[in-house]
Design a protein around this ligand. Sequence first.
Ligand code: BES
Ligand code: ZN
Length: 641
Amino acid sequence: MSLRAAALVFSLSALAAGCSRDGGDAEREPVSDEPGVETEAHWSPVPADEVRDPFTYSNYHEARVTHVELDLDVDFETKTLSGSAQLDFEKLSDDVSTLVLDANDLDIELIEAETDDGWVTVSYEIGADDAVMGSRLAIELPDGAESVRVNYSTSPDAEGIQWLSPEQTASGEHPFLFTQFQPLLARTMVPLQDTPAVRITYDARITTPPALLAVMSARQDESGERDGDYSFRMSQPIPSYLLALAVGDIQFEAISADVGVYAEDYIVSESAAEFEDTPQMVDTVEALYGPYRWGRYDLIVLPPSFPFGGMENPRLSFMTPTLIAGDKSLTNVVAHELAHSWSGNLVTNSTWRDAWLNEGFTSYVENRIMEGLYGPERAVMERSLDKQSLMRDVNEAARPELTALKMPEDISHPDEAFSQVSYAGGMFFLKFMEERFGREAFDAFLRDYFDRFAFQSITTEDFLAYFEDHLWADQPDAVTKAEIDAWVYEPGFPDTIENPQSDAFNRVESQLNAWLGGGDVAGLETGAWTTHEWLHFISVLPAEISSEQMAALDARFNLSTSQNAEIASAWYLKAIPAGYEPAFEPLDAFLMRVGRGKFIYRLYQSLADNGRREWAEAVYERARPGYHPIAQRRIDEIFGE
Ligand code: BES
Ligand code: ZN
């Protein structure tokens, strides 16, 4: 058997054993230019049992949870989920007598373990509550136990669950709840090993008030009626951060036989229209990178307090309503969340230091979808806007180590790994590779990569070793080790980064320059500008633009009241430092209406930085109760509370 075949057999057996990644580095072929001469490989994966995720208390190297069974009742009166979570696990060595889980704000009533004599009560210990990590939950295991069951309820303040009163929903009639668990908040709903290194399958029974519908990141039992009693199964192993639940007066509209959209009634048809190209997006990725492996692909448009643009919960991406612009101009977010079905959900970062494996690959695939569906001009505009945000984030980074793709060991919170460095930085790295190796070879490589590591959690070094053994081995002269290391491990971005050139953006700049050089706003030919051109126009407005110039633009183009949330927020970010007063009333309304972090964190920060702190705090006081707990925490930090 060749070494490569041996490695494959090893990895298949590791997969069968529920191992999270291959760890078969010992089997790697030596790299050599000359036949018969063995030299060391450049990048060697750290063996899986030595990679440690610092953001979990769990002893996942000793015992590994493989399956979770939830039975939870949703109580909107007390804002709690209560019931049980049964966890099946495998001991990785015989002498393990404790199962350590993560828990955050859970009220635990009883823990049992299954033994030969049936279920018995066991003792457990809950550690101190840490603001980021929650608590260590150590469960004593009787001999032979392979399952534990925790009876518990969640806290009304659980950071991963937002409870909305009827008044906070569009209909005003029914309450709503949704979860958001990435990166560390699954432990606020379920006691589990909350690390992306561990993959679980899950079953869930969720009971709700009878008028409401529950949906999860899983297959719904289709025989069930809309009666408040719902069953789900996720039979592919996923990391804990992809568990997800939403409950509300939710309607559904099909887009195709296996794609559809859930939303509150007021927006479900608009959402289906906005996202009507989603089935073609699925076709586009499948043609590039292989089959979609999750069955259906649905979207749910959540209430406006959802703190992200989108979240890639498997089978069911969670989306912000700010994407419903009426002209499909913001659907790259759908392409992004869909792309995670390959990069992130199928092949998952093993620790948050490797977040670029999720977000950078996904941003690359997203851009390829946009190019495939709408053409290279739109894709290059999006890359150009991404490059601007990347350079901004690189400049604003708290320390240089945070500007390399592989995050440093000592990040204080996984959120530090989610700047544009991981997103656009990772995308531009893969663009660089595509350019050097040729699109055809690079696409084939990525397709094999998704296949090879499907349903596994891996590190940056696993990727690099695989790259070295395959793509690089086929074309050894295409890149140097120094080039790859500079991209992945060294702060900042090398000169080999693409400089996206958009003719449309160049024309926007000429228009702007003509106007700034003394032209009249009436002379600006903006008639056919897309959202992207507007975003570019606003972003290149000079920092010293006067209030009068802002007023002239606003009078002609109504930017302060734009219904496109991207355009409106970009405009407010210019209006605040320019002291352009007429924008403040619409900005107030925007901050009251929209809870998406990408917009509101920067806006509050800019207000605080530009002498508008008091005004901003007054708006925040009114807006805060409607914001998600994640957003509340972030904005509290801005105002130093
Ligand atoms: N997985 C992320 C959202 C996320 C990241 C949640 C980190 C919690 C912690 C999601 O796929 C994402 O990246 N969303 C982006 C949209 C995208 C087009 C850049 C967002 O929310 O803006
Ligand atoms: Zn993402």
